[in-house]
Design a protein around this ligand. Structure first.
Ligand SMILES: C[S@@+](CC[C@H](N)C(=O)[O-])C[C@H]1O[C@@H](n2cnc3c(N)ncnc32)[C@H](O)[C@@H]1O
Length: 221
């Protein structure tokens, strides 16, 4: 499918799939969305802790990069696993402006290292952040009881409804530790029902700019 680079309303770039009318991030602001959904409502719950995170849809690496930056401030040690079946190309990555928009030119080497790291191998990004990119379909995830936090960032229900099914959320639930948390930008009733069906406790939170609501699901034991 054709992919093109667009700029979102906060100035940060994203990838757009015209055929699906779908983007990798919110058109209202890629960085704003990442900060609100995944950092404020996810990562910040674990201040000062050593945690394992799985990202569903590694894509451009924006969420991983922002997590790296924020975890330094929050005193966290992160073991980050990014699952992705269709890696973004070098040309597309070069067109992403996250280092400039986040005003961290000194961290360009970190963004580059995240993308140069070998698929399927753990890479020490620095002393507090390990990254493993896994080239894998979400259907094939079989992790059990190993993550504190999941960033669920699949394409929307309107284009890939099968990725918001009870089968996928059952896998997510199984892969979380007790009291583990899943955050997502989505807020559809059908998604909430799938989450509840597999055992999650679900909270509806205020969404990022341009979106009224989002979900946070917890594996409460
Ligand atoms: C919304 S984008 C993720 C954006 C990403 N988190 C970022 O910060 O750039 C969804 C991602 O899921 C990937 N994807 C779609 N279907 C998949 C599947 N069945 N298994 C694994 N990855 C898939 C896409 O290639 C895309 O990178």
């Amino acid at each position: 499918m054709k992919r093109e680079i667009i700029q979102t309303l906060d100035g940060s770039t994203t990838i757009h799939i015209p055929e699906w009318k779908e983007s990798y991030h919110s058109k209202h602001g890629a960085i704003q969305e990442a900060n609100h959904v995944f950092i404020k409502n996810g990562l910040s719950l674990f201040e000062g802790k050593a945690i394992a995170i799985m990202e569903i849809g590694f894509g451009t690496g924006l969420n991983a990069f922002i997590t790296y930056l924020e975890s330094s401030k929050l005193g966290q040690t992160i073991n980050y696993v990014g699952v992705e079946a269709f890696p973004v190309s070098k040309e597309e990555l070069t067109a992403m402006n996250y280092v400039a928009e986040l005003e961290v030119p000194e961290q360009q080497s970190v963004f580059d290292l995240m993308h140069q790291s070998v698929w399927g191998e753990q890479c020490n990004i620095d002393s507090h952040f390990k990254l493993t990119k896994r080239k894998q379909f979400f259907d094939d995830i079989v992790d059990q009881d190993c993550y504190d936090l999941i960033y669920f960032d699949a394409f929307g229900y309107h284009v890939q409804p099968e990725l918001w099914s009870t089968e996928i959320f059952r896998k997510m639930y199984a892969s979380l530790k007790d009291n583990g948390v899943l955050v997502t930008y989505a807020a559809r009733g059908v998604v909430k029902r799938s989450m509840l069906e597999v055992g999650f406790t679900v909270e509806k939170l205020a969404g990022p700019p341009g979106k009224r609501e989002m979900f946070r699901a917890t594996k409460k034991i």
